[in-house]
Structures are given as structure tokens and as C-alpha cells.
Design a protein around this ligand. Structure first.
Ligand SMILES: C[S@@+](CC[C@H](N)C(=O)[O-])C[C@H]1O[C@@H](n2cnc3c(N)ncnc32)[C@H](O)[C@@H]1O
Length: 209
């Protein structure tokens, strides 16, 4: 890895991404796609733990200048192939979340879709980094599983510590203006990995100008 020793979970994600099929599909996450009216060509975006690239490629197709990172070389290879087949350019970086250099005020949008690999301490570091990386007026777009997902068991972590509640997100992102914060149940149809009735928590926050 470009940033030192390999994280112990990389092999598991590489194995998961070894199949020809895209585990989470090639269409963007539905909640992200529903935010299209908030995005403009020329905006800069950072996609956190972007996996096989479905969200970064969609953002680039909307005309955004997109940077994305993930720690899985197998995921990044599929992301690069997806970007090439879509004819868009994304700046992909192989990086472990705990070591990502969250530059200050660089991105007009930070997108974090199902980044719930992070236990509470890493999650707090990531959330702070994501807020710091936003330009004034920049948007944070985040979707994750809520606690009720432990009953649905249709994807995501099995550990309650990794799941979201609206209260947790409100507190974590207190410096942001909350534009949208909704807990809801919905059917997911994202590849083979996220399928069926799911407990979701959606957030759009804006960094004050
Ligand atoms: C559930 S997948 C979601 C991928 C993508 N955000 C999407 O919605 O399609 C979680 C992603 O996190 C990545 N990941 C897990 N632990 C990581 C870590 N510590 N640092 C960076 N990426 C990590 C995995 O490789 C995987 O691509």
C-alpha cells in the first residue's frame, strides 16, 4: 500500500470484490442520485470508501471533478474499469481511512455511502475529517444503516456500534446546517450485497459559509 502496512481487512474486501459482478451494482446509490438537484457541473467532490466506483462514476457523469479513495485494490480496479467504460475521469486513490489526509476546505461535496466499517473512534475521526474537507457552503451527503437493520439482516454490519441513529448523526455533525436528516425503511436493490427491506438513515448537511 502506498501508505505503509496493509490493513487486516483489505484481504476480505479484495476477496469480496474479486467476482466479475459488482457487489453493490454499477448504478449509483438511490439516495445519492436523488440529491442530483443539489449538485452542479464543475463542483469538486470526494467519495469516501468508494468501493467499486458506482457513486464516484455517477458524480463524474454529472460533471463534477471527483476524487475517491478506498483501501481495496480489487475495488479500485473495478472502479477504474467502470469509469473507463463510462468515459469519465476520477482521481482514484488507494488509502486506508485512518490515514487519509483530510485536506481543509477542498471539496464542494463529500459523499459517504455505507462507510460503516468504522468503529466509533475511527468514525469520529472520519466524520471530523469529512467536515473539515468541505468548502464553506459545501455539502455532506451520507447514507448508512440504522439500528433496526440488525433485525432486517439484508446487508451491512452486524455490530450495533457501527450503525447510525439520527441523534448520533445530529451530534456528530453539529457544526453543519442540517438540510435533510431522515430515518426510514426502504427496499434496497444494490447488486447482490444490499438487497431487500432495509433500515436507513440519510443525511445532507451544509458547512456554514
Ligand atoms: C459497504 S462498502 C461501500 C462501498 C461504496 N461506498 C458504495 O456505496 O458502493 C464499504 C467499502 O469500504 C471499504 N473499506 C472498508 N474498510 C476500510 C478502511 N479502513 N479504509 C478504507 N476503505 C475501507 C471497502 O473496501 C468497501 O469498498
Amino acid at each position: 500500500m502506498e501508505n505503509g502496512e496493509e490493513h487486516p481487512d483489505v484481504a476480505r474486501w479484495n476477496t469480496r470484490f474479486a467476482a466479475r459482478e459488482y457487489a453493490f451494482g454499477t448504478a449509483p446509490n438511490a439516495f445519492l442520485a436523488a440529491q442530483a438537484q443539489r449538485l452542479r457541473p464543475g463542483m469538486t467532490a470526494l467519495c469516501v470508501a468508494d468501493g467499486e466506483g458506482r457513486n464516484s462514476v455517477w458524480l463524474a457523469q454529472q460533471g463534477l471533478a471527483v476524487t475517491a479513495f478506498d483501501f481495496s485494490p480489487a475495488g479500485l480496479a473495478k472502479a477504474r474499469a467502470l469509469a473507463a467504460s463510462a468515459g469519465v475521469r476520477v482521481d482514484y486513490r488507494q488509502c486506508e481511512a485512518a490515514r487519509f489526509a483530510w485536506s481543509a476546505a477542498q471539496y464542494d461535496a463529500v459523499v459517504a455511502i455505507f462507510v460503516q466499517f468504522a468503529p466509533p473512534a475511527l468514525r469520529a475521526t472520519m466524520f471530523d475529517g469529512m467536515m473539515q474537507a468541505l468548502t464553506p457552503g459545501g455539502l455532506l451527503i451520507l447514507e448508512g444503516y440504522g439500528l433496526k437493520q440488525l433485525e432486517y439482516r439484508t446487508g451491512g454490519p452486524k455490530d450495533a456500534d457501527h450503525l447510525y441513529t439520527p441523534e448520533l448523526l445530529r451530534e456528530s455533525f453539529a457544526p453543519l446546517e442540517i438540510v435533510h436528516l431522515v430515518e426510514r425503511d426502504d427496499m434496497l436493490d444494490e447488486g447482490t450485497a444490499h438487497r431487500g427491506m432495509s433500515a436507513l438513515v440519510d443525511l445532507v448537511g451544509r458547512r456554514p459559509v
